[in-house]
Design a binder for this molecule. Structure first.
Ligand SMILES: [Zn+2]
Length: 442
């Protein structure tokens, strides 16, 4: 170390300590980036020790002249400077509280915080953790004041010191590594009160669901008179998965959704299951799928998902083609020719669709341009047929059939020249989503 730097550190430290009382931690933190494998308290203590030595040297020459300044330093620094003053002048000194931390920071305090944090962390069974610290604006302001005098060249923040020191201790207590990128759990320590708030990362699972009955909503659909539908997908996943993960709740992010009265069969529909605040994180996939095998609603978990998967499902739904099976009633008798003509007219057909009247209250009116790729029909009765409709995502199928009073054009009704109505609707195919390693939709 060049001689100049030592002088600079000591001169500056003396100037700071003449103005602000600082504990070993808060003084040492100003030089946190010098020296490695040291605690800031060791840095602070070393500087105070050197100051006691140099001041002792000067006081020897002229004790009375040095007394006033040394007294001030002793009050603000305590430790070796207070001891020196007391020995030299035979007067007891009461050390002032640290200006920045109020005397809170100490190894013992870090140990207390770490013990408490480790207890909380253990209850959530994470694979890694992170410590966060919140300080009051007053502490921040005092820290800034001291740094304005001391300079920030080698310093770190009080938050950083607490995070690092407590983090090291928690790691030792729990055997867990820190998770800087994607922590399973973050403990926010309020430095003022010592209160700790855990933020638990959700478990995100990629899967597919089937709805084998009608009138099952996505979420609980409540009205003023109670609930509108007897069961929901959300309840299904909640019943099955909340106990297994010991979680708070489940949130579903499906790639589009079918009407409440439509079944979801065939390929099933992709969904991301978000398990909120789980106490168990690593559940065997086989066990999950055993729990999710059921009669009315069924699901399979295929792997882990990310936030990106959710984004993909939310924004990519219209880009994915779907196949629907519709049971159609027409108010006149049909011939084979009618159905052949319908198939021909609907082959690779562009459909213009104004927002259906049944959802106008919830959505504002827009014009959608979608495409029917093909329609295959099968006569069931004189006025009833079944249609397999392959189309782009986001096409309203009931309106494609009944024309919604001309708001969907063309429609089964317009082509057949008769009133056609969708009696039953099933989704039988949803084009799968695939992500590459970077999480892009491919
Ligand atoms: Zn302090």
């Amino acid at each position: 170390m060049p001689k100049k730097l030592v002088d600079e550190i000591l001169e500056k430290a003396e100037r700071i300590l003449e103005t602000y009382p600082l504990c070993d931690h808060c003084l040492g933190r100003i030089y946190a980036r010098l020296g490695m494998g040291l605690g800031n308290d060791e840095r602070g203590r070393a500087i105070k020790t050197l100051l006691a030595m140099t001041n002792h040297f000067h006081a020897k020459e002229n004790p009375e002249e040095a007394r006033y300044r040394l007294r001030k330093l002793a009050e603000n620094a305590g430790g070796p400077l207070a001891a020196l003053y007391e020995k030299l002048y035979g007067e007891d000194i009461s050390t002032k509280q640290c200006y920045v931390c109020g005397g809170k920071l100490s190894r013992r305090y870090f140990e207390e915080l770490a013990k408490k944090a480790a207890e909380i962390i253990k209850t959530y069974n994470p694979s890694n953790f992170l410590i966060g610290v919140s300080i009051t604006p007053a502490v921040r302001a005092r820290e800034t004041q001291v740094l304005a005098l001391a300079g920030i060249e080698y310093s770190e923040s009080i938050k950083n010191e607490v995070k690092r020191e407590v983090g090291k201790l928690v790691s030792a207590l729990t055997g867990l590594p820190p998770g800087f990128e994607k922590p399973d759990i973050t403990i926010i320590i309020d430095l003022e009160t010592g209160l700790m708030t855990p933020i638990v990362a959700p478990v995100l699972l990629k899967g597919v669901y089937w709805k084998k009955a009608r009138n099952i909503s996505h979420t609980i659909w409540a009205t003023r008179d109670g609930r509108r539908y007897p069961y929901s997908l959300e309840e299904f996943f909640t019943e099955k998965l909340v106990p297994i993960f010991e979680a708070e709740r489940i949130v579903l992010h499906a790639a589009g959704r079918e009407d409440v009265d439509a079944r979801m069969l065939g390929t099933g529909r992709p969904v991301v299951v978000e398990v909120k605040v789980p106490k168990k994180r690593h559940i065997d996939r086989e066990a999950l799928n055993k729990a999710l095998a059921s009669d009315v609603v069924e699901a399979v978990i295929t792997g882990e998902a990310s936030r990106n998967t959710i984004r993909l499902y939310k924004t990519g739904a219209t880009g994915k083609s779907k196949i629907y099976k519709a049971l159609v009633y027409v108010d006149r008798e049909l011939s084979k020719q009618d159905l052949l003509r319908l198939e021909e007219e609907m082959h690779e057909r562009v459909i213009r669709q104004l927002t259906p009247k049944r959802i106008l209250g919830r959505k504002k009116e827009t014009l959608r341009i979608r495409r029917v790729y093909s329609v295959k029909t099968r006569m069931i009765g004189k006025k009833v047929f079944e249609a397999l409709i392959h189309s782009s995502g986001g096409l309203y199928i009931k309106e494609l059939i009944n024309s919604d009073e001309g708001r969907t054009e063309p429609s089964f009704s317009s082509i057949l020249g008769a009133k056609a109505e969708c009696i039953e609707l099933d989704v039988v195919y949803v084009e799968p989503y695939t992500e590459d390693a970077a999480g892009n939709n491919i």
